[in-house]
Design a protein around this ligand. Structure first.
Ligand SMILES: [Zn+2]
Length: 848
C-alpha cells in the first residue's frame, strides 16, 4: 500500500524561473494559460510533483537543456491540490524546461485568479480580474511550486482587450497589439526572486495617478474610473512610508515600481504583492475632507503595513506558514513606526494599546495558541491570519524593542534582512541577528513569548522598602492548566518614593522576585509605558494610591492599562464587578480617547450580558459619567482643537445615545443629522458616524430607507460601509430581517456581507434573529462568502449571551465545523462561555 501523499512538495525538483502567459476572458469568466518553468532536477526522479487546483491541464512537456523531450503523463490529485507528472524513465539530475498548457475559471470566491464586478460611471456593470494568492491560491491560477520556500523569478505576459490596463509585479516592458483580435499582449519585466504567493496580475479599466518618485521608483495609485480623486491621501502616506522604511531598514526598495491598486471586491484588507499591492477600496481610497480621523488612520495604517512587507515578507520570507508572524507581526509593528513618524499628533503607539488589548483578550483563553504554531494543510495556513499572529506578535516585538533600545533593535533587523535577502528565514535566524547586534540573550527572553501560549498576570505587593513581584498565567476561565508556565518578563518599573521618582528596568525570570528601594514607595507603576504584554494586579494598597493619583502619576496609556486590566480581572472573576463600576464612576475626568475606547467597549460588553433591568441601571450610571466627560468638551469643535479631542467627543456622544440611551442626546443627534442632510459641512466629519449609529439605534423605517439609499449612492467607500453596517443596528424586528436578507440576496458585496452578519449578531435586539438566519443559510453563506471571512463573521456569536444560546452555538459548530478557522471558532465559543459565566455571577447585581 502506498504511503498517503504529503501535502508538502518534494524538493527533488525546484523551480528557478517562470514564464507565464495568461489570456483572461472577462465575458466568460475563464482564462487560458501557458507556463514555462526552468527547473533544476536535483536528484533522479520518475515523478515531478507541483501544485495545481481547479485547473484543467491540457498538455505537459519536459525538455532537457539540449532539447530532448521527455514524454510523461499527468494526474491531478484534487485532494492534495497537486499535479503529478510521471515519466516512464528516470529523469536524470540537470536543468530542464517544463511547459504546461492549462485553462481555469475566474472564480467568485475572491481567491486565486478571480472576477470582480462594479458599476461604471455610465451605470453599467464592468468586469475586472484580480488575484489573491496568499496563502495557497497561486495554484488556482497556474501550476507552480506553491510553497514560500520555493522562490523563483517570474516573467508575466497578459493578453487582454486593447482598451484595458494590465498590472503585474514589475514594470511593463512591451505592449504588442495583436492585429484583428482587438487584443494586445502586455509583457512585464522579470520580478525579483520571490515566493509564489506574492505574484499578482490585475486586468481591468483603471485610472492611475501621475507617477510620483518614492525611494527612486515610480509610485502610483490605481482605481476604477471615477475614483482617482480619492487617491491623494494614499499617495502621500505611500511615499512617506516607503521612504521611511528604506531608511529604517538601510536597504532600498527591492522592486522597479510600486502600484497601489484598489479592487472593488477584495477578501482581506490588502495584499502585499511585490510592486503591485492590492487593497479593498475602504483601505486605500478616502476623501480627507469627509472621512473621520480614524478612517484616515486606517488607510495610513494599511498602506504602511503593506509597504513594510516589501522588505519583511517579500524580500525576506518565512520558510513556512508556521513562521507567518515573521511577516505579519513585523509589518504591523513597522506600520506603527511609520504612521507615528508621519503623524505624531495621532499618538499611534498609544492607540496601539487597543490592538494589544484585543490580542490579550484572545490570548487569555484556554483555546489560545502560541504565536508560532504547527501548520500542515492549506486551511491551517489560512487559520494563522489572526490577532495572535498580527497584534500579539507586534506587541511582543514592541516590548523587545523597548527593552533592547530602538537603535540596537533596528540594527539587528537590518542584519537579519541583509543576511536573508531574496531568501527565507525562521524565527531562530531573527534571534541570531538580534543577539549579534545587541549582545543580549534575546532567544532566552523571546522563545517563551513566541512558543508558549498565553501571558502572565504580574502581581505586585509592598512591604516597607520592598516590592514583591510575582507572575502567574492569566486566564478568564482558570482550570489549573498552564499554571507551571512562566515567562522572562521585562518589568518597566516607576515608583514614587520620598527620595523622588525612580525608574528601573528589571527582568522577572522566576515566579517571584523582590525589589528594594532606598525609601518606601508611595506608589508603583509596574508596566510603565504599557509596552509589556502582561497584565498587572496591584495590592489594594498600591491600587488605591494609583487611583488617587490617576492623572498625575499615570500617563494616558498607563491609565489604559489600569482600566483594561481591571476589566479583564472582572470578567475573570478576580475583581468584583462593583469595584470595576466604582472605578468607572471615578473616570469622568478622563480626557484620553483610547482610555474611553476600552471603557466604552466594556459598557457594550456588559449590555450584552445584562438583562433589561440591569441595562437600565447601567445606563443611568453611565449617563452620569459620560455627561460630565462631554460637558468638558462641549458639542462643537473648538478653535485649535486637536483631532483626537474631536474623535473623543464623537465617541462620548455615540455612547450617550446608544448604551446610555440618553433621550436628550438622541434628540440632539436627530437635529444634527437633519442639519447634515441639508449641508454636509454643518457637522464635524468626525461626528457623523456617531449620529448615524444613534439614529440606527432609535430609528424606524424612515431612517432605514434613508440609510439604505445613502449606502447605495455613497460617494466614498467609507460612507458606503458606514451606512451599510448601520443597517445591522436597528432594533425593529422587521428592519433586522430586511438587513439579514441583504446578506445573501446579492445586493451587498460578499466582501462585506459576513461583517454585516457579525454586526447583526452583536446587536442585542437582533441577535437571536441573526443567529437563526445564519443557521438557516449556513450553506449558502459558505458558498457565497470568501473562506477567510467565515470565522470572522462567526465572531458575532460572542454576543449570544445566554446559557441556552451558548449550548445551541456549541452544538451547531460541532455539526458544522469551520475547517479554515477551527481555532478561532473555539476561541469565539470560549469567549461566549466567559460572558455566560459572568451573566450567572452578576445575576443579582444592579437591581436595587
Ligand atoms: Zn500583512
Amino acid at each position: 500500500m502506498a504511503e498517503p501523499r504529503s501535502h508538502r512538495l518534494p524538493t527533488s525538483v525546484i523551480p528557478e524561473r517562470y514564464e507565464i502567459e495568461l489570456t483572461p476572458d472577462l465575458l466568460q469568466w475563464t482564462f487560458t494559460g501557458e507556463v514555462k518553468i526552468a527547473v533544476e532536477v536535483r536528484q533522479a526522479v520518475r515523478e515531478v510533483v507541483l501544485n495545481a487546483a481547479e485547473l484543467v491541464i491540457q498538455s505537459v512537456s519536459l525538455r532537457s537543456a539540449d532539447g530532448t523531450p521527455h514524454h510523461g503523463n499527468v494526474q491531478v490529485d484534487d485532494a492534495n491540490e497537486q499535479a503529478v507528472l510521471s515519466f516512464p524513465d528516470l529523469v536524470a539530475p540537470g536543468n530542464y524546461q517544463l511547459q504546461i498548457h492549462f485553462t481555469g475559471v475566474l472564480n467568485d470566491k475572491l481567491h486565486g485568479f478571480y472576477r470582480s464586478v462594479y458599476k461604471g460611471v455610465d451605470g453599467q456593470d464592468k468586469p475586472l480580474a484580480s488575484t489573491q494568492f496568499e496563502s495557497t491560491d497561486a495554484r488556482r491560477a497556474f501550476p507552480c511550486w506553491d510553497e514560500p520556500a520555493f522562490k523563483a523569478v517570474y516573467q508575466v505576459t497578459l493578453v487582454i482587450d486593447e482598451k484595458l490596463t494590465a498590472i503585474s509585479n514589475a514594470r511593463v516592458i512591451e505592449e504588442t497589439v495583436l492585429p484583428g483580435t482587438g487584443k494586445k499582449a502586455v509583457r512585464f519585466a522579470d520580478s525579483i526572486k520571490m515566493s509564489t504567493y506574492l505574484v499578482a496580475f490585475i486586468v481591468g479599466d483603471f485610472e492611475a495617478t501621475e507617477p510620483m518618485t518614492a525611494d527612486g521608483v515610480p509610485l502610483r495609485v490605481l482605481a476604477v474610473p471615477g475614483k482617482k480623486k480619492l487617491a491623494d491621501f494614499a499617495v502621500a502616506i505611500g511615499k512617506a512610508s516607503l521612504e521611511h522604511f528604506s531608511g529604517y531598514y538601510g536597504i532600498p526598495y527591492p522592486g522597479d515600481k510600486l502600484d497601489l491598486i484598489a479592487i472593488p471586491d477584495f477578501a482581506s484588507g490588502a495584499m502585499e504583492n511585490l510592486g503591485a499591492i492590492t487593497f479593498r477600496e475602504t483601505a486605500l481610497l478616502v476623501d480627507p475632507e469627509k472621512a473621520t480621523r480614524a478612517e484616515l488612520e486606517r488607510v495610513a495604517d494599511v498602506v504602511s503595513h503593506e509597504n513594510a512587507h516589501m522588505w519583511f515578507g517579500d524580500l525576506v520570507t518565512m520558510k513556512w506558514w508556521n513562521g507567518l508572524w515573521l511577516n505579519e507581526a513585523f509589518a504591523t509593528f513597522m506600520e506603527m513606526l511609520a504612521v507615528d513618524a508621519w503623524k505624531p499628533g495621532w499618538r499611534r503607539w498609544d492607540s496601539f494599546a487597543v490592538s494589544r488589548a484585543a490580542a490579550m483578550q484572545v490570548d487569555g483563553l484556554r483555546s489560545t495558541r502560541p504565536i508560532e504554531f504547527p501548520v500542515d494543510r492549506p486551511e491551517e495556513a489560512a487559520g494563522m491570519f489572526d490577532v495572535l499572529t498580527y497584534e500579539k506578535g507586534a506587541s511582543v516585538l514592541r516590548m523587545l524593542e523597548q527593552y533592547l533600545g530602538a537603535v540596537k533593535f533596528r540594527d539587528g533587523i537590518r542584519l537579519y534582512l541583509k543576511n536573508h535577502a531574496y531568501g527565507n528565514a525562521e524565527t531562530t535566524d531573527l534571534w541570531d541577528a538580534l543577539e549579534e547586534s545587541t549582545q543580549q540573550p534575546v532567544r532566552a527572553m523571546m522563545d517563551g513569548w513566541i512558543f508558549q501560549p498565553g501571558y502572565p498576570l504580574v502581581s505586585v505587593e509592598k512591604s516597607g522598602r520592598t516590592i514583591r513581584i510575582s507572575q502567574q498565567i492569566f486566564r478568564y476561565l482558570p482550570d489549573g492548566s498552564g499554571n507551571g508556565r512562566s515567562w522572562h518578563v521585562p518589568i518597566f518599573l516607576r515608583a514614587g518614593t520620598s527620595a523622588g521618582v525612580v525608574s528601573r528596568i528589571l527582568f522577572l525570570t522566576e515566579k517571584e522576585q523582590q525589589v528594594e528601594f532606598d525609601a518606601p514607595a508611595d506608589w508603583v507603576v509596574v508596566n510603565a509605558g504599557a509596552h509589556g504584554f502582561y497584565r498587572v494586579r496591584y495590592s489594594n494598597e498600591l491600587l488605591a494610591a494609583l487611583r488617587q493619583g490617576m492623572t498625575t502619576q499615570l500617563t494616558a496609556v498607563e491609565r489604559f492599562g489600569l482600566v483594561n486590566d481591571c476589566w479583564a480581572a472582572t470578567l475573570a472573576g478576580i475583581v468584583p464587578l462593583t469595584d470595576y463600576l466604582e472605578l468607572i464612576d471615578q473616570m469622568s475626568g478622563e480626557t484620553d480617547v483610547n482610555v474611553w475606547t476600552t471603557m466604552i467597549a466594556s459598557f457594550h460588553q456588559m449590555q450584552r450580558i445584562f438583562d433589561d433591568v440591569q441595562c437600565k441601571k447601567l445606563a443611568g450610571r453611565l449617563l452620569a459619567v459620560l455627561s460630565l466627560a462631554l460637558e468638558r468638551l462641549g458639542w462643537s469643535v473648538r478653535p485649535g482643537e486637536d483631532e483626537l479631542s474631536s474623535q473623543l467627543r464623537a465617541d462620548l456622544i455615540r455612547a450617550l445615545g446608544t448604551v446610555a440611551d440618553d433621550p436628550v442626546t438622541q434628540d440632539r443627534a436627530r437635529e444634527l443629522f437633519a442639519a447634515y442632510e441639508k449641508n454636509p459641512n454643518a457637522v464635524d466629519r468626525n461626528l457623523t458616524p456617531a449620529l448615524v449609529a444613534i439614529l440606527a439605534h432609535i430609528g424606524g423605517s424612515e431612517e432605514y430607507e434613508k440609510f439604505f439609499a445613502r449606502f447605495k449612492t455613497a460617494q466614498t467607500p467609507q460612507e458606503e460601509t458606514r451606512y451599510l453596517f448601520a443597517l445591522a443596528n436597528f432594533t425593529d424586528a422587521e428592519l433586522i430581517d430586511r438587513t439579514l436578507d441583504l446578506a445573501i440576496n446579492g445586493m451587498v458585496r460578499t466582501q462585506n456581507s459576513p461583517y454585516l452578519m457579525r454586526e447583526a449578531l452583536l446587536n442585542k435586539h437582533g441577535r437571536e434573529r441573526a443567529w437563526s438566519f445564519m443557521k438557516a443559510h449556513w450553506d449558502e453563506m459558505n458558498r457565497q462568502y470568501p473562506d477567510n471571512a467565515i470565522p470572522r463573521m462567526c465572531e458575532g456569536v460572542v454576543g449570544l449571551v445566554s446559557a441556552a444560546l451558548e449550548r445551541d452555538v456549541a452544538n451547531f459548530f460541532h455539526v458544522h465545523p469551520v475547517k479554515q478557522g477551527s481555532k478561532q471558532i473555539e476561541q469565539h465559543l470560549e469567549r461566549l462561555r466567559v460572558a455566560v459565566a459572568c451573566q450567572e455571577r452578576w445575576r443579582n447585581l444592579l437591581r436595587g
